[in-house]
Write a protein that binds this ligand. Structure first.
Ligand SMILES: Cc1cc2nc3c(=O)[nH]c(=O)nc-3n(C[C@H](O)[C@H](O)[C@H](O)COP(=O)(O)O)c2cc1C
Length: 169
């Protein structure tokens, strides 16, 4: 067990020395669809050589945000807007120092309707206000019904977006 910690510690130190980029994908999900998209995005980033963590909004370690190069934030659209737990997370980000200059990307999941509203654009604006540089305009994944499932190919699309973002780090 102790050896496990030592090897992990050495790996983390090596990543720091070698300058491996770090990303954090933060999401909220009521039915699991946004979570699947967050994990697909993370897989693409990881395949692109980035060290990635995926965290639900209520599990984010705010003191570790300083070491992150790219912050991705995703929310389901609820009542034409960002879901409340994500709004609260973004509010709390205002208390975190040193976010300025980091890279940011926002995404959402929503229904296929002209009246669906959006969350990604609003998250993106908040990230910009906090001083992050938006590296790619927000992207939506479509759910076929209120509880899902996701449209075919949505996870693959986000895996590719992850790979694309990895090249920007
Ligand atoms: C309370 C509530 C309000 C919702 N409002 C909207 C909406 O305004 N527009 C929309 O496109 N989808 C709406 N939806 C559908 C969600 O976007 C969908 O449940 C979500 O994308 C699924 O992601 P999740 O599984 O990560 O929760 C709503 C869902 C809930 C539960």
């Amino acid at each position: 067990m102790r050896w496990g910690y030592i090897v992990y510690g050495l790996f983390v130190s090596l990543c720091e020395v070698c300058g491996v980029a770090k990303a954090l994908v933060v999401y909220y999900s009521m039915f699991g669809n946004t979570e699947k998209i967050a994990k697909a995005l993370a897989k693409g980033l990881e395949d692109g050589g980035v060290e990635v963590d995926v965290a639900k909004v209520d599990a984010v370690k705010f003191d570790e945000l300083g070491g992150v190069d790219l912050l991705c934030v995703g929310s389901p659209v609820q009542a034409w807007n960002v879901a409340k737990p994500v709004k609260e997370f973004l509010e709390r980000l205002k208390t975190v120092e040193g976010l300025s200059g980091k890279k940011g990307f926002a995404f959402d999941t929503k229904m296929k309707s002209r009246l669906a509203g959006s969350a990604g654009g609003k998250i993106e604006r908040k990230l910009k206000d906090l001083g992050l540089t938006i590296v790619k305009p927000s992207v939506s994944a479509i759910v076929k019904g209120r509880e899902g499932p996701l449209e075919e190919g949505a996870e693959e699309t986000f895996k590719q977006i992850g790979a694309e973002l990895a090249k920007m780090l």
